[in-house]
Design a protein around this ligand. Structure first.
Ligand code: 8NA
Ligand code: MG
Ligand code: MG
Ligand code: MG
Length: 303
């Protein structure tokens, strides 16, 4: 039995933001990369993070202020902090602008996609839920669903977010590889998301494979895209493959995959940091690092 440490809380939050910061310059196509080349630093010259970290901060602050998931509060925080320079997904941007104009999140979401978004935008902020619900699996599953639907009502987006929040809980408890794969598989089966079951089997095969695993194999078998199905198990795979290796080796591998490099690095970074703690992260400075530190501490101290 492992006692979860303060540095694991700090590592999860800092690993999330650092993954975002390091992956963002390589995200998407040439246009997005050129834009990030111009926008990617604060006036003080610090690296900037994107929507992934912004929404994680919103979720942490809402959880701390309201002592649980409050969907209306979350919708307002997400909408008020939306800014086009943070690289939000196209549907997420539309949704948050509608909420900001006063539309209810439920009807705004349905107006954009009747079944909700299946992007990875709920999964990228899901690690912080495990910090708030570190012990109870059922409670974490419910909290993940309730916080996801505000922006991502599609069952695949919720399943992806839950895979990430549950895996973060497992990393906090420093469970072994087989346990984490078994826990993930049982959730994928419960949720009925066959696409995730298939990819989890592929991830297991890649994890136990002897010799080098090349980026094109990971990309083809697990995905590198902006949907939950094409990114969540990629991030879990990277975190498990590199969890006893340096953080930067994992990030380099995530960047080699191309596609949604910031979000895959965000999720993998949070998982890695939850396992290894903040002292093992590279000592790089970035936007609002001290504020993120304070938020992680505040969540730890209420445990
Ligand atoms: P989102 O909710 O906009 O979803 C991403 C995209 O998936 C949408 O814009 C649609 O194209 C498509 N999509 C989602 N749901 C449906 C549906 N039900 N029917 C048809 N199409 C659908 O964005 P998000 O909040 O999930 O974020 C996803 C990613 O976008 C994150 O990586 C984020 O960082 C951002 N982003 C990605 C890139 C990139 O090129 N990789 C660039 C900038 C921003
Ligand atoms: Mg992003
Ligand atoms: Mg909030
Ligand atoms: Mg992204």
């Amino acid at each position: 039995h492992h006692q979860i440490l303060r540095e694991q809380y700090l590592g999860c939050v800092q690993g999330l933001a650092l993954g975002d910061v390091l992956g963002a310059p390589y995200e998407g196509g040439p246009l997005e990369r050129a834009l990030w080349w111009c926008l990617g630093k604060t006036k003080q010259g610090l690296p900037r993070w994107t929507d992934d970290t912004q929404m994680s901060i919103n979720l942490l602050e809402s959880l701390l202020d309201l002592q649980g998931i409050d969907q209306e509060d979350l919708a307002q925080r997400f909408a008020l902090s939306y800014h086009w320079t943070r690289g939000y997904g196209p549907s997420a941007a539309k949704l948050l602008k509608r909420i900001r104009k006063g539309q209810a999140w439920q009807s705004a979401s349905r107006a954009i996609h009747p079944q909700g978004s299946f992007g990875n935008g709920a999964a990228m902020r899901a690690p912080v839920l495990a910090l708030f619900y570190p012990q109870d699996r059922v409670q974490l599953i419910q909290a993940t669903e309730r916080s996801a639907v505000v922006t991502h009502a599609h069952p695949l987006a919720i399943a992806g977010a839950t895979i990430i929040s549950l895996a973060t809980q497992d990393m906090l408890h420093r469970r072994n590889l087989e346990e984490i794969l078994a826990n993930t598989l049982s959730f994928c089966r419960e949720s009925g998301a066959q696409a995730f079951v298939k990819k989890l089997e592929a991830a297991r095969t890649l994890l136990v494979k002897q010799g080098e695993v090349k980026a094109p194999d990971i990309r083809r078998q697990l995905g590198n895209g902006i949907t939950a199905v094409d990114s969540c198990l990629t991030a879990l795979y990277l975190a498990l493959r590199f969890r006893d290796a340096p953080f930067m080796e994992m990030i380099e591998c995530a960047i080699k995959l191309g596609g949604d490099t910031d979000t895959i690095s965000t999720m993998a970074g949070a998982l890695w940091g939850a396992y290894n703690g903040d002292e093992s992260l590279p000592p790089l400075d970035f936007e609002e690092k001290g504020h993120l530190h304070q938020l992680a501490l505040a969540v730890f101290e209420r445990m």
